[in-house]
Design a protein around this ligand. Structure first.
Ligand code: ADP
Length: 195
């Protein structure tokens, strides 16, 4: 089985992806995490992505499509299924994903939008930064009010058009991402089915 979680930065995709891993054994594939790992490891992809991510822009489609294609082809993902968080982020990426799936003879099972008020996003990202600091961890370089504003504009302009792309094909389901975390999980389980 596979699931795609869609929604703006701070909507709770990462949190719910982790829960889908716990309940269904799906492997979370977060392009943000993968790119941050590439930056930390100083790979070619990481070196190209670093400044782009810090500015709140999107890294080029071919780069993320390559990263995802490599990972989806691996044995563990093929066996356990996956939950995508942060990909696709443009209509071009969504189309590449459709092609990838077709080549592998897979279909996308559940495409789910987490609907949230934009106003709440600033508070959530601010809380994520404060929690990271309190835990003695590192705050993400792009988790500050200025970059978040940019990320939300980028979301609106480049990522939101994915919603009608999937909706018109009758493939999109929406859940209320403003509900508390457990409630959102229950909404997802109602869509995905019993573990
Ligand atoms: P969030 O969902 O909180 O915005 P992510 O961790 O998903 O954060 O992504 C962080 C950054 O990584 C993005 O702002 C962007 O620069 C880059 N990125 C992640 N996924 C993609 C993608 N699919 N396409 C292009 N850029 C991406």
């Amino acid at each position: 089985m596979n699931v795609i979680l869609l929604g703006p930065p701070g909507c709770g995709k990462g949190t719910q992806a982790a829960r889908l891993k716990e309940k269904y054994g799906l492997i979370p594939l977060s392009t943000g995490d993968m790119l941050r790992a590439a930056v930390a490891a100083g790979t070619d992809v990481g070196m190209k992505a670093k400044a782009i991510m810090e500015a709140g822009h999107l890294v080029p489609d071919d780069m993320v499509v390559g990263v995802i294609a490599d990972r989806i082809g691996e044995r563990d993902v093929q066996k356990a299924g996956f939950v995508l968080d942060g990909f696709p982020r443009t209509v071009a990426q969504a189309k590449s994903l459709d092609e990838m799936m077709k080549r592998m003879g897979w279909t996308l099972d559940h495409i789910i939008e987490l609907k949230v008020d934009e106003k709440a996003l600033f508070d959530r990202i601010d809380k994520r930064a404060r929690d990271a600091r309190a835990a003695g961890g590192e705050v993400r370089a792009d988790d500050n009010a200025e970059t978040l504003k940019k990320r939300i504009v980028v979301y609106r302009e480049q990522t939101q058009p994915i919603l009608p792309y999937y909706r018109e094909q009758g493939r999109l389901v929406s859940v209320d991402g403003m509900a508390d975390i457990d409630d959102v999980s229950r909404q997802l389980e109602a869509i995905v089915g019993r573990p």
